[in-house]
Design a protein around this ligand. Structure first.
Ligand SMILES: Cc1cc2nc3c(=O)[nH]c(=O)nc-3n(C[C@H](O)[C@H](O)[C@H](O)COP(=O)(O)O)c2cc1C
Length: 151
């Protein structure tokens, strides 16, 4: 059975919480998911995943949170990663007060695409208040996933 891997990068818990909320929403629609701390799993394991949602915040000056930095380096610097089997989307949490708004999510999106990954739905960059956009993104995601998982 296909499982949606929800990978979170989080420094102070917001993205981690949201990853679990997304996981519950998917489960409520009959879609199996597992929430994974990026700091607890080898980045190379992405080559064995078919469906991935990256839920991440941005820290420092547009940097990944600590638990996502190894993943970011792997995707940024490794040349030969074949992700042509992968379907993914990214939800980034940030704050437009900072000049590099949601940079970590933007970078993950760029590198996953560069290695051949296919977008499920477009990345959502969330500022401080994002509930409405998030619901629209989630609905679109669930629709696409249901189609893919049935097909
Ligand atoms: C020290 C610090 C640096 C931050 N740097 C950025 C940044 O460069 N870009 C951005 O969009 N948000 C930035 N943020 C905002 C966080 O990404 C945002 O608060 C997010 O919700 C934190 O999620 P987390 O608890 O999962 O880490 C920063 C926050 C802090 C405290």
């Amino acid at each position: 059975m296909n499982v949606i891997n929800i990978l979170f990068g989080s420094q102070s818990g917001n993205a981690q919480n949201l990853a679990h909320v997304i996981g519950e929403a998917l489960e409520n629609c009959g879609i199996s998911s597992q929430v994974i701390d990026m700091g607890e799993i080898d980045p190379e394991s992405i080559t064995e995943m078919k469906f991935v949602l990256v839920v991440t915040s941005t820290y420092g000056d547009g940097e990944p949170p600590d638990n996502a930095s190894e993943w970011m380096s792997y995707l940024k610097f490794q040349d030969k990663i074949d992700l042509s089997h992968l379907h993914y989307s990214v939800l980034s949490l940030g704050d437009s007060y900072y000049p590099h708004f949601c940079q970590c999510g933007k970078d993950f999106d760029q590198y996953l695409s560069k290695h051949g990954g296919h977008l499920l739905v477009s990345r959502l960059d969330c500022d401080l208040y994002y509930e409405e956009q998030y619901q629209v993104w989630l609905e679109a995601l669930i629709k696409v996933l249901k189609n893919k998982l049935q097909g």
